[in-house]
Every structure is written in C-alpha cells, then in structure tokens.
Design a protein. Structure first.
Length: 79
C-alpha cells in the first residue's frame, strides 16, 4: 500500500477467465473485397458456408474470420 497525500493506492492481482454468463463464442466472416458480412453466429458453420456461397456468387476469394469470446476479470484472493 502506498500513501500519497490523502490518497491510498492498493495494488492487487487480477485474473482473467472465460465468462460462463457471456454466452458461447460468436463467429463472423467479412469479405475483404466488398466488406459484406456473414453476420454473427454461435456456430462457425454458418459463416464458413456464407464465405463459400459469397465466393461462388461474386468470385471474391478473401475473407477475414473473427471469433468473439467473453471474459471476466476477478481479483485473485491473496491470503
């Protein structure tokens, strides 16, 4: 603990874990040519199928895949 004037600073250790209440990971794909998006889906199958259909329809072949996970920070109990 450090005291500066009237302020007190406490340093603590934090831990990051997967948030069970945040929901499952979300998967999404974006065409790097036109910017069209698959939309988010709880299964990666939807965005992957969208990429293949988009490529077949437009001949665009580049995609950015994003997976979004949820985390929760909590204080580490130091005794």
């Amino acid at each position: 603990m450090v005291m500066v004037g009237n302020s007190v600073f406490r340093f603590a250790d934090w831990m990051l874990t997967t948030d069970p209440h945040g929901g499952p990971p979300l998967y999404e794909a974006v065409c790097t040519t036109c910017g069209e998006t698959s939309g988010a889906d709880a299964s990666k199958d939807g965005p992957e199928l969208w990429c293949l259909r988009h490529a077949g329809r437009t001949r665009h072949t580049g995609f950015q895949a994003t997976t979004t996970s949820f985390f929760r920070a909590s204080l580490v109990d130091v005794r």
